[in-house]
Design a protein around this ligand. Structure first.
Ligand code: ZN
Length: 85
């Protein structure tokens, strides 16, 4: 998620991390270190990728919780079946 901060960070084609003012998102910029022109896509910024990682981690947490719940329900079912049978 890009917060209300005034800059986001994006890699130039040469791999330099460039701080880009939010106002210049998705504009063509020149890297101050290698003078390479590139489009500073906000969607490819460091902040956006960190957000993706965070969301993926949350999804895994939900999968883990759902799996645990399923195991509990299955175990309870087996326990009840054992009690009855
Ligand atoms: Zn560069």
């Amino acid at each position: 998620m890009i917060q209300a901060s005034e800059f986001f960070q994006v890699s130039c084609p040469g791999g330099h991390l460039v701080r880009v003012p939010v106002g210049l998102a998705d504009e063509e910029l020149v890297c101050p270190q290698c003078s390479e022109w590139f489009v500073a896509r906000a969607a490819e910024s460091l902040e956006a990728s960190e957000d993706r990682v965070e969301r993926a981690a949350q999804q895994w947490l939900w999968v883990a919780v759902a799996t645990a719940l399923l195991l509990v329900v299955t175990g309870l079912g087996a326990f009840l079946a054992g009690m009855l049978g």
